[in-house]
Write a protein that binds this ligand. Structure first.
Ligand code: DC
Length: 229
């Protein structure tokens, strides 16, 4: 069967990564979490002192962005983990600080151009499930299957809050909700490649769906898309 590109876009904490990973596993495709790439750049910039609460040193970031190595390696349990300049940073990039930094640096055109170029290289052979904000609109406008995942801000904040609590981070639900709303605003209103549904994307609102119900819908769409090839 011919391999395709599956482009999955959606808001933060919409559950798109869990679903994208599962689809890639079942299909034997490569999974790429593009959010992790923006997070890795954010972490690097924070560590270098180029990014803090008030300021971004765009000159330094632009000068060095090409040298930042970001890789995905599969661990012993078969899970993909993010490596920044050879170091496993999978845990560190999931913090709220790094997420906020990622949301800010992802508004910069030169950051997007560099990461989009790398993402397009990764998809050259197809057989890939990639998730993010601009995959169906900018990275792979020619993707054979495009999904746009949404859920209400309250549902997504609750999921994120439970996840953070589970990891032992002490944050209040209201702070997480405020953060989700702020990131939605930035993701949808930035000038460079804002999050939007591609015209030919299929929208799935999973506010009321269980993960299993959602996977059943997606499996069916994937089978239809590959049958057309
Ligand atoms: O999906 P995530 O929460 O891990 O993404 C982190 C940030 O990176 C988020 O604020 C939006 C940004 N991002 C982006 O602008 N484009 C992508 N393709 C993926 C993520």
């Amino acid at each position: 069967m011919k391999k395709i590109i599956v482009a999955i876009d959606g808001f933060s904490s919409s559950g798109k990564s869990t679903m994208a990973k599962e689809l890639a596993r079942e299909a034997g495709y490569i999974y790429i979490d593009t959010g992790a790439m923006y997070r890795a750049v954010s972490l690097h910039a924070i560590r270098q002192g180029w990014l803090n609460k008030n300021n971004i040193d765009e000159t330094a970031l632009q000068q060095h962005i090409g040298d930042i190595s970001i890789e995905f390696r599969t661990n012993a349990e078969g899970k993909s983990e993010t490596y920044l300049n050879g170091e496993n940073v999978e845990k560190e990039i999931r913090s709220l600080d790094v997420a906020n930094g990622a949301s800010r640096i992802s508004t910069l055109g030169f950051v997007r151009r560099e990461l989009v170029r790398r993402q397009q290289d990764m998809g050259r052979e197809k057989g890939i499930v990639m998730d993010g904000r601009d995959i169906g609109t900018v990275v792979f406008p020619q993707a054979e299957l495009k999904l746009y995942i949404s859920a209400s801000p309250e549902v997504r904040a609750r999921r994120r809050w439970l996840e953070l609590k589970g990891k032992g981070e002490s944050v209040s639900y209201n702070d997480v909700l405020a953060n989700v709303i702020e990131r939605d605003r930035r993701d949808t209103q930035r000038a460079e490649s804002p999050l939007r549904k591609a015209e030919d994307a299929i929208e799935i609102d999973n506010s009321e769906l269980s993960p299993e119900e959602q996977m059943n819908i997606i499996r069916k769409l994937f089978q239809e898309a590959t049958a057309d090839c």
